[in-house]
Design a protein around this ligand. Structure first.
Ligand code: GUN
Length: 292
C-alpha cells in the first residue's frame, strides 16, 4: 500500500469530543442541553438505523435528541405540521428530516418549511442557494460533504487550483460537495451517468470524491498517482467468506486504488462516521448562535 489511510473514525471522534466539550459548556451556561429533533417517516430499515445512530451520538455528546416517527401513510400536512411545531420549540436547535421520504410526499416542500436557522442538514433551499453562490455563506452545510472537506483538510490536501472531480450529482452529496470544493478555489468537474470517458476525467483529479452508489467502480487506472480519494459509497456485496454472507464496500476498489492514490478513505471507517459528527457540530453551532 502506498496511500496514506485517512482515518474517518479517529477524525470524527476528535470532532465529537469537541462537540461534547462545547455541549458541557453550553449546559453550564444555560442549564439546558443543545437539542436535535429527528423526524423519521415510514419504515425504511436503513433510515431507521441511521436515525438511531444519530440519536445515540447526541446522547454520548451530552445533547438532547427528540425522536419523532410518523407512519408511511402520513400526509404532507402532518409532516409539515410537525416541522412547524419543532420550528417553534425553543428546546429544539436542529431539525433533521431523514431522507428519502416515502413516495407521495413532497420532499422539497417539507425541506422548505424547516426554519433556516434550525436546518442542521443544510438542505433548505436558501442554505443550498447560498452554498451555490459566490461570496454567500449558508448557515449550515450538508453533513456528508462537509465531512469530506474535513477529511481532506486533515489529510493535508491543497485546494487552491487543484483539479477536483466529483463522481455523482445527488442533492445530498455530489452537488454540495462540488460547491464546497469550488469555494476553496478548486477547478471542479462533476461527473454523472452521461459523462463520456469517466476514467479519463477521473485520472485528471488531484482530489476525487466518489458518491455514485456503484460498488468498487473506481479502479486503479482511474486515479492519478498521489491523488486524494474520498469514498462516500456504502454498498453491500455478497462475500461467501463472511459469516453474514456479505460485506460493505465503497464506490472505490480500495485494494486496487490504495496502490496508486496518495491518500484514501476506507469503507467502513471513512466518510460514514463524519456525517454524524458534522450533524452534531451543526446542532451545537445552532445552539451557540441562539446565545450570541
Ligand atoms: N439520507 C441520507 N443521508 C442523509 C443526510 O445526511 N440527512 C438526511 N436528513 N437524510 C439523509
Amino acid at each position: 500500500m502506498t496511500a496514506t489511510l485517512i482515518d474517518g473514525t479517529a477524525i470524527a471522534a476528535k470532532v465529537r469530543a469537541q462537540v461534547a466539550t462545547d455541549a458541557a459548556a453550553y449546559f453550564a451556561a444555560t442549564g439546558k442541553k443543545p437539542g436535535l429533533a429527528t423526524v423519521l417517516v415510514g419504515d425504511n430499515a436503513g433510515s431507521q438505523s441511521y436515525v438511531k445512530s444519530k440519536r445515540k451520538a447526541c446522547a454520548e455528546a451530552g445533547m438532547e435528541s427528540f425522536g419523532f416517527e410518523l407512519p408511511k401513510t402520513a400526509t404532507q400536512d402532518e409532516v409539515e405540521s410537525l416541522v412547524a411545531r419543532l420550528n417553534a420549540d425553543p428546546e429544539v436547535h436542529g431539525i433533521l428530516v431523514q431522507l428519502p421520504l416515502p413516495e407521495g410526499l413532497n420532499e422539497e416542500s417539507v425541506l422548505n418549511k424547516i426554519s433556516i436557522d434550525k436546518d442542521v442538514d443544510g438542505f433548505h433551499p436558501v442554505n443550498i442557494g447560498r452554498l451555490s453562490m459566490k461570496g454567500r455563506q449558508p448557515l449550515f452545510v450538508p453533513c456528508t460533504p462537509a465531512g469530506c472537506m474535513v477529511l481532506l483538510e486533515e489529510a493535508g490536501a491543497q485546494f487552491k487550483g487543484a483539479n477536483a472531480v466529483v463522481l455523482g450529482r445527488s442533492n445530498i452529496v455530489g452537488l454540495p460537495a462540488a460547491m464546497l470544493l469550488l469555494h476553496r478555489d478548486c477547478t471542479v468537474t462533476i461527473c454523472h451517468s452521461r459523462t463520456k470517458d469517466l476514467a479519463a476525467v477521473c485520472r485528471e483529479a488531484d482530489i476525487l470524491i466518489a458518491a455514485v452508489g456503484r460498488p468498487q467502480m473506481v479502479k486503479r487506472d482511474w486515479v492519478k498517482p498521489g491523488a486524494y480519494v474520498i469514498d462516500v459509497g456504502i454498498n453491500r456485496i455478497a462475500d461467501a467468506t463472511k459469516k453474514s454472507g456479505s460485506r460493505l464496500v465503497g464506490d472505490v476498489d480500495f485494494d486496487d486504488v490504495k496502490e496508486v492514490a496518495g491518500a484514501i478513505t476506507p469503507v467502513p471507517g471513512g466518510v460514514g462516521p463524519m456525517t454524524i459528527a458534522m450533524l452534531m457540530r451543526n446542532t451545537m453551532r445552532s445552539a451557540q448562535a441562539k446565545l450570541a
